[in-house]
Design a protein around this ligand. Structure first.
Ligand code: MLT
Length: 265
């Protein structure tokens, strides 16, 4: 693992392989380790990067409050610091929110997009309220409440039954997340802007991936998003996977990504 100072942030990140850059942005409330199955495969032929976002993994939280745009600025600063002009950017769920913000704020940095189990809509008032309640609970009881409240919805029934190792990996990362980081991320997601208006302007090659059993960002949301993106080349449904499709069915996820990458100029 490497680290780089970006203003107040000491960003820790995995940096593996050589070749065109592939930047993987993690979901909530995880860290760079969720991309292990992708780093293993795509460090062959690519420079595969996976940072810990502010407060998660080894990265510090800094002043605490931040926005999704700040996270996108961090990603642009990371690429700048590493001398990388542009990257294929892959984001899952919250990582996708950051990818949208990167396209909006730093379009020149994005040469391709992989949008997995994510949505362009801003939060509804009800979703904001749920996040506020979750933040309150985490501040009182700690992140283990997410193991009970969130984890069961993150994976498919198939994964729960047949892939207990994946559930254990997710649980370990959730329990490692610091309450302050979780609360800051909940606030940032609740305040994130609407991105549906951005979709018609996304002309870079884009691959949209959805777990067929994702109940958090259901496949219909992903399909609609793909149809609104002019650059969308692939819409891939991953059977047997829920919200954490990259970890639940890494074989199918990686095959979709490989096919997408092989078609890039
Ligand atoms: C995630 O997986 O990053 C979260 O489910 C995103 C969200 O809560 O909106």
């Amino acid at each position: 693992m490497a680290s780089v100072r970006l203003g107040q942030l000491t960003c820790h990140y995995e940096d593996r392989g050589r070749g065109p850059a592939l930047l993987w942005i993690h979901a909530f409330p995880f860290d760079r380790r969720m991309w292990a199955p992708q780093l293993d495969v795509f460090s062959e032929g690519y420079r595969a990067l996976a940072p810990d976002l502010r407060g998660f993994g080894e990265s510090n939280l800094g002043r605490g409050f931040y926005t999704i745009n700040d996270l996108a600025d961090d990603m642009a600063a990371l690429l700048e610091a590493l001398g990388i002009e542009s990257a294929v950017v892959g984001g899952l769920s919250m990582g996708g929110y950051v990818a949208f913000a990167l396209v909006r704020g730093h379009p020149g940095r994005v040469r391709g997009l992989i949008l997995a189990d994510t949505r362009p809509e801003a939060d509804t008032p009800e979703a904001r309220e749920r996040r506020r309640a979750m933040a309150e609970q985490v501040s009182v009881e700690g992140t283990h409440v997410l193991v009970e409240d969130l984890l069961p919805r993150l994976v498919s029934d198939d994964t729960r039954r047949q892939r207990p190792g994946v559930v254990a990996t997710l649980e370990k990362m959730i329990l490692a997340a610091r309450p302050a980081a979780v609360i800051a991320a909940l606030d940032a997601m609740a305040a994130r802007p609407e991105s549906r208006d951005l979709l018609p302007a996304i002309t870079v090659p884009t691959c949209v991936i959805a777990g067929a059993q994702d109940v958090i960002t259901p496949p219909d949301v992903a399909r609609e998003m793909a149809s609104a993106i002019p650059g969308a080349r692939q819409y891939v449904l991953i059977p047997g996977a829920g919200h954490m499709s990259n970890l639940e069915r890494p074989d199918l996820f990686n095959a979709a990504v490989r096919e997408f990458l092989s078609g890039l100029p």
